[in-house]
Structure formats: structure tokens, C-alpha cells
Design a binder for this molecule. Structure first.
Ligand code: NAD
Length: 455
């Protein structure tokens, strides 16, 4: 394969957050992309240039590339003449933490059927997050099924994805780094050339690192474990601050982060991490380490434990305030696991909702993007509000669970005027002017804010 764009026929299996973002970015830069997803509704939406989930800019790109540079289908046969195929299907975890590989294995099996007995070199790129050792096993499955010899006719790389939902396109177009885990030199060179070509077209400099398959698989986990560790660390310091008079964790962390060894980014206290990646990746890695390596990862287990408990801080404040919550109306602002997405997978809001439902509270919710996804789970168990004002109205407490920018515009006066009892729980530290809230008569709780100072 030479470097000319016409020689790249790229397949993407799994058109979710990662796969669709990858597809539109490649297609928008002149590559021919063939996307496959087993979800017919998703494929139909994409064909109609609609994003199946909320992510800025994707629709704008779909408008430009669908039916031209990007062809999508539920039929794997569109992949027959592709020479590089990315696997970007989900890798969720089981209840015990172990990683589910059924989607990935199905993708490899189905691709093997269309790549059987072909006579030109093909490259399989695993982009789904998988535990160390997995890509090598997938390579073997593919080689056995297709009859293609690894290294000679079949190349295999692991190429982790680091994009963040909410800024997926931006992250794909300006990645912090490209990690390539290789089985042999040839496959490494081909994928490196593809990325160099893409980022040359995007006029973006990228740092590319090549390593073994297993090292690359571990980089993804090492990164997510570190990010999760920062969050659980920050939340631990925050929880401690609440017990010490005159402490605001934001002041403590701002000064702490000035140490260049620590850095000030990603030091935001809150109700814990959620989403489709960190929780399941942490749990899978703990399972892997204990069961496959025989190493008890005490630090990582603690990260997970801190995070499991953190959402319920919001309820502890409520119970402190009211004791029994059975007749209380609780407003929840924010349902997505973070702002700028409609993704509610492992969202802490849902954990809070489940507990409040158990306690027989009446729950009013608002989210700018994620409401439909929540309706699919909870139906008429919740009151869905079209705007934050309605969610606040006549409530006994409001929990800010996702840091959507629009919630910052709400003033203490709004809460005082609208609520039955003005109890505000700032679970994401969106209000810097908390003194204003307290002075005006709002009962204000915030993660990491000393209870002994405010009340
Ligand atoms: P997703 O659930 O949004 O999308 C996965 C897609 O794969 C779905 O549309 C599903 O219908 C499709 N699919 C499942 N089995 C299939 C099959 N056999 N053939 C074709 N399509 C199939 O998942 P995602 O969030 O894009 O994550 C994909 C992978 O990337 C995961 O391993 C995840 O851990 C990793 N990752 C995700 C993110 C993120 O922010 N979402 C970031 C980095 C890495």
C-alpha cells in the first residue's frame, strides 16, 4: 500500500462515539470510509445525516461526507475491499468486573468471513479498549478463520483511543498522542503512515509512540486509572475539607496544583466519575489484575471504592437536612454523566435517582440533552421538566449533578423564590459565589466546602 489516499479503503466496525467520530474525521479529510454497525436504527439515522447521540460538530461533518466519502451499512460485505479496518465496538464489564469481549469477537468473526481467502494484505486495527493480551488473541482468531498469515498477509495493531465525549471531534483532530501497539514492523508502518497523512492534512503535529501490543493496551488503562485516581484523590480531599472548619477544597486544590509536579488541571471535586469508560475500565482492570496476574491492585481498588460512595454524599446532606425523604420533592439538575453529551451510561445522577426512588421521594429532573435517554429507563417514575426553573419549582432540595453551563446562571434569588425549601446541593462546585447563597438564606451544601464555615 503506498501513501496515496486512493489506496486507503478504510472500514470502521461500530459506529458509536468512537467509531462515528473516527469515520467522519477520516472521511472529511478525503479518505474513503465504510462504516458498519449492527444497529439498524443507528445506521438509518447516520444515512440521514443525523447523529444517534449528541456530540457537537458530528452532524455538520455527516452533512458533508455521507454517501460520498462515508458509506454506512449493517452489512459486513461493504468491508470486503477495505484494506484497513478499525474495530470500535463496545467492551463493557460484567457485574464481577470482567471484560465482555462478545462484541469484539463477533466483529472479528464477521470480518473474517468477508476477508476469507483474499489475496492482498489487510490490516486489522483494534481501537476498542481491551485488556493486555486481548489483541494478540484476536489476531489469532482472525488468522485461523481467514487463513491469512500474520505478518505476511494480515497485519494487526492496537491503537487506543483517548477522545473525550463532549469534545470528541476536537480530540480526534488534535490528539494528545497516537499510541500504536504492533505485532510486526509492516503493520506499524502502515498505520503510522495513515495517521501521519491524516494529521498532515489537518495541519496538526502529533506525537506518535510505537510499542508492543501489550504495552499499548496497558497505556490506555494506565491513563484511565490515573485520571480516575485524580478524581478520587480530589474527592477524598474534598470530603475531608467538609469536616475541617474554614476549609474550601477549591482553595486548597488551587494552591496544591501550583506545584508543577501536580499541575492544576483535572482537579475538580464532585460527586464522582461516571460515563462509559472510567468506571468499567477501572473495574475490568481490577478483575484482570487479581484474576489473571495474581496481583491485588490495592490502589486501584481504593479509587473504585471512593468513587462508588461519592454520589451518595448528596443524599447524606439531604438526610442531615430532613431525616426522612419520603414526602420530599427533590429536583435534579443534570442527568448526563458530564456536560456537552447526552450519554447517561454510569451517570451518578442515575445512582442518586435510584436511591431517592427507594426512599419514595418525588423526583423532578432536567437535562439539556439527556432527558430522552433517561425517560427510556425511568418512564413515568420521574417528573421531566423542560427547563431548570420548572425542576426547581416547589422542590425541597435541588441537587446539581452535572455541570451544565446554563445552571451557573441560576441565582440565589431564583432558588429562594421558586423552591418550597431552599436547600441547594452543589455536587459539581459550579457556584463560586456560595457566600452569596448563604447570606441570602439558601441552605447551601457543596462538595468540599466546610460545613462548619457555612452554616
Ligand atoms: P458505543 O456503545 O457508543 O458504540 C459501539 C457501537 O458498536 C454501537 O453502535 C453498537 O451497535 C456497535 N456494535 C456492537 N457490536 C457490533 C458488531 N459486532 N458489529 C458492528 N457493530 C457493533 O461505544 P463507544 O463509546 O464508541 O466505545 C467503543 C470502544 O471505545 C469501547 O471499548 C470504549 O471503551 C472505547 N472508548 C470509548 C471512549 C468514549 O468516550 N466513548 C473513549 C475512548 C475509548
Amino acid at each position: 500500500m503506498n501513501n496515496h489516499l486512493d489506496h486507503y479503503r478504510i472500514g470502521v466496525i461500530g459506529l458509536g462515539f468512537v467509531g462515528l467520530t473516527l469515520s467522519v474525521v477520516l472521511a472529511n479529510n478525503g479518505f474513503n470510509v465504510y462504516g458498519v454497525d449492527t444497529d439498524l436504527n443507528k445506521v438509518e439515522l447516520i444515512k440521514n445525516r443525523k447523529t444517534p447521540f449528541y456530540e457537537e460538530k458530528i452532524e455538520y461533518y455527516l452533512e458533508k461526507v455521507v454517501d460520498d466519502k462515508l458509506i454506512v451499512s449493517t452489512d459486513y460485505n461493504v468491508l470486503r475491499d477495505t484494506n484497513i479496518v478499525f474495530i470500535t465496538v463496545g467492551t463493557p464489564s460484567e457485574n464481577n468486573g470482567s471484560q465482555r469481549l462478545d462484541y469484539v469477537i463477533e466483529a472479528v468473526n464477521r470480518l473474517s468471513n468477508v476477508w476469507k481467502n483474499i489475496d492482498s494484505y489487510r490490516l486489522l486495527v483494534v481501537k476498542s479498549t481491551v485488556l493486555p493480551g486481548t489483541t494478540r488473541k484476536l489476531a489469532k482468531i482472525m488468522s485461523d478463520k481467514t487463513g491469512l498469515e500474520i505478518g505476511r498477509e494480515l497485519g494487526v495493531v492496537f491503537n487506543p483511543e483517548f477522545l473525550r465525549e463532549g469534545s470528541a471531534i476536537e480530540d480526534m483532530e488534535k490528539p494528545s498522542r497516537i499510541v500504536i501497539g504492533c505485532i510486526d514492523e509492516k503493520s506499524c508502518r502502515i498505520i503510522r503512515t495513515l495517521w501521519e497523512e491524516l494529521y498532515r492534512r489537518l495541519n496538526t503535529e502529533v506525537k506518535i509512540r510505537e510499542m508492543s501490543l501489550e504495552e499499548a493496551e496497558l497505556v490506555k488503562y494506565a491513563s484511565n486509572i490515573f485520571l480516575a485516581m485524580r478524581i478520587s484523590y480530589v474527592n477524598t480531599i474534598a470530603n475531608i475539607c467538609e469536616e475541617i472548619p474554614n476549609c474550601d477544597v477549591n482553595k486548597v486544590l488551587e494552591a496544591t496544583g501550583l506545584d508543577p509536579r501536580i499541575g492544576s488541571h483535572y482537579l475538580e471535586p464532585g460527586l464522582g466519575y461516571g460515563g462509559s469508560c472510567l468506571p468499567k475500565d477501572i473495574k475490568s482492570f481490577i478483575w484482570f489484575s487479581k484474576n489473571k496476574l495474581g496481583y491485588k491492585p490495592v490502589l486501584i481498588e481504593s479509587i473504585d471504592k471512593v468513587n462508588e460512595k461519592q454520589p451518595y454524599r448528596a443524599l447524606e446532606y439531604l438526610i442531615k437536612e430532613y431525616g426522612d425523604l419520603s414526602d420530599k420533592v427533590i429536583g435534579i439538575l443534570g442527568l448526563a454523566f458530564k456536560p456537552n453529551t447526552d450519554d447517561i451510561r454510569e451517570s451518578i445522577s442515575l445512582k442518586i435517582i435510584d436511591k431517592l426512588l427507594e426512599m419514595k421521594s418525588k423526583i423532578k429532573v432536567h437535562d439539556p440533552k439527556a432527558m430522552d435517554n433517561v425517560k427510556k429507563i425511568y418512564g413515568d417514575k420521574l417528573v421531566y421538566c423542560n427547563n431548570p426553573i420548572d425542576a426547581i419549582k416547589d422542590s425541597d432540595a435541588v441537587i446539581i449533578a452535572t455541570a451544565w453551563r446554563e445552571y451557573r446562571r441560576l441565582k440565589p434569588e431564583d432558588y429562594l423564590r421558586l423552591m418550597r425549601n431552599p436547600v441547594v446541593i452543589d455536587g459539581r462546585r459550579i457556584y463560586d459565589n456560595y457566600r452569596d447563597f448563604v447570606e441570602k438564606g439558601v441552605k447551601f451544601y457543596a462538595i468540599g466546602l466546610s460545613r462548619k464555615q457555612c452554616l
